[in-house]
Design a protein around this ligand. Structure first.
Ligand code: AVJ
Length: 320
C-alpha cells in the first residue's frame, strides 16, 4: 500500500505562511487571539499526547474506555467494508479500537494538519495493519472535507473523537457538522463530545499540577520564535484557563506579565501588562444539547454512550 501523504486544500503553500498570517491578524485585534489549530506542530502534538495521559485529563481515558466497551456495537452500526475518515487524526491510537472490531474495514483516511507527525504515526499503523488501505491526507479539516472517493465508492463513516468539536463556537460547530455530513455521502459520524460537569473538575483538567497544559499553551510562542524568528519570551506570559459557566466553555489565554513588544515581518505588537491573548475555547455540551445540534446539522442521532459519572459522551449520528 502506498502510504505517501497527499496534501489537500491549500495546495502547496507552506504552513508557516498561514501561521504568520494568523498572528499578523490576531495580534492586531482587540482582544488579541491566536487560532488553536496552531498548537499542533510536532512538539505541540506530542505535548497534547502528554496531556491525554494526565491524571486530571479524564477525557481521553474515558472516551477510550467507551470505544472499547462498545466497539462491537459500533462496528455493527458502521457495517462491513467501510472507509473511515478521521478528522484531526493526531496519534491514531483511538482508531485502532475500531479497526480491531470492524469487519474487513476497506480503508482508513486520516486527515491531520501536522504532516510530519502524521507521517510517523501512519508508518506505525501501516506496519500493524498491512492489509488496510491507508490514505493519509495532510490538511486542515476545517477547510478540507471534499476528499475524493475511492474507485469502488465504499460506504463512509466519519470519526471525530476527542471532543475537538468543542473548539468551535456553537454556530461554527453546526456549520462544520453540516459540511462533514455533506462529505460522508450518506454515511454516519462517530463523534466524541465532552460534557458539562462540576466546574472544579473542568478547571483541574485545563490547569494540571504538572504544568503540561501551560507548556502546550506556551508552545504557540515557542513555535512562533522557531518558525518565524519572533522574539517572544514565554516566561513573560502566564497560562490562564478559567471555566466560563455561562457560556459552558473552558477559555484559554496567555496573559502578558509585563509590558512588552514583539516583532513580526516589520510589524510591532505591544502587550500591556496583564493583557490576555485568547488561544482556545473548549465548549461543553449536555447529551441533549448536542443531539439537538446534530439534528439541526441534518443527522439523525442514534446511539449515544456515556460513562457512569457522565464525564464524556460518544454519539453515533446517521445522515438523514
Ligand atoms: C483536543 C480540543 C479536545 O479542548 O480539551 C487540551 C485541547 N486544550 N487541553 C480540549 C486541549 C487544553 C482539547 N481538544
Amino acid at each position: 500500500m502506498d502510504t505517501s501523504l497527499a496534501r489537500l486544500g491549500r495546495g502547496t503553500s507552506p504552513q508557516q505562511d498561514t501561521f504568520a498570517d494568523n498572528l499578523l491578524v490576531g495580534l492586531a485585534k482587540a482582544p488579541k487571539e491566536i487560532a488553536c489549530k496552531y498548537f499542533y506542530d510536532e512538539t505541540g502534538s506530542r505535548l497534547f499526547d502528554d496531556i491525554c495521559a494526565l491524571p486530571e485529563y479524564y477525557q481521553t481515558r474515558t472516551e477510550t474506555m467507551l470505544l472499547t466497551r462498545h466497539a462491537r456495537e459500533i462496528a455493527a452500526l458502521m457495517g462491513e467494508q467501510v472507509e473511515i475518515l478521521e478528522y484531526g487524526a493526531g496519534s491514531l491510537r483511538k482508531v485502532r479500537i475500531l479497526l480491531d472490531a470492524l469487519e474487513a474495514p476497506r480503508a482508513y483516511t486520516p486527515v491531520d494538519i501536522s504532516g510530519d507527525y502524521l507521517a510517523q504515526v501512519v508508518r506505525d499503523l501501516a506496519a500493524d495493519y498491512p492489509a488496510l488501505g491507508l490514505r493519509p491526507v495532510i490538511g486542515d479539516f476545517t477547510e478540507t472535507l471534499d476528499i475524493p472517493a475511492l474507485p469502488d465508492h465504499p460506504r463512509r463513516a466519519g470519526f471525530f473523537p476527542g471532543s475537538t468539536i468543542g473548539n468551535f463556537r456553537p454556530d461554527a460547530a453546526l456549520a462544520l457538522l453540516r459540511r462533514m455530513r455533506a462529505g460522508l455521502n450518506g454515511g454516519g459520524l462517530l463523534i466524541g463530545v465532552d460534557l458539562v460537569k462540576d466546574p472544579a473538575r473542568l478547571h483541574a483538567a485545563y490547569n494540571d499540577a504538572a504544568g503540561v497544559t501551560a507548556l502546550f499553551n506556551k508552545n504557540l510562542l515557542v513555535r512562533a520564535n522557531r518558525e518565524l524568528g519572533m522574539d517572544f519570551d514565554p516566561a513573560a506570559f502566564a497560562h490562564y484557563a478559567p471555566y466560563n459557566a455561562g457560556a459552558q466553555r473552558v477559555e484559554m489565554y496567555l496573559v502578558s506579565l509585563k509590558r512588552q513588544r514583539v516583532r513580526l515581518r516589520g510589524r510591532e505588537f505591544e502587550f500591556a501588562q496583564g493583557e490576555p491573548v485568547h488561544t482556545e475555547d473548549s465548549h461543553k455540551y449536555t447529551i441533549e444539547s448536542f443531539r439537538e445540534m446534530a439534528c439541526r446539522a441534518g443527522f439523525n442521532p442514534r446511539a449515544v454512550w456515556t460513562d457512569e459519572d457522565r464525564l464524556f459522551s460518544v454519539h453515533w449520528l446517521e445522515s438523514r
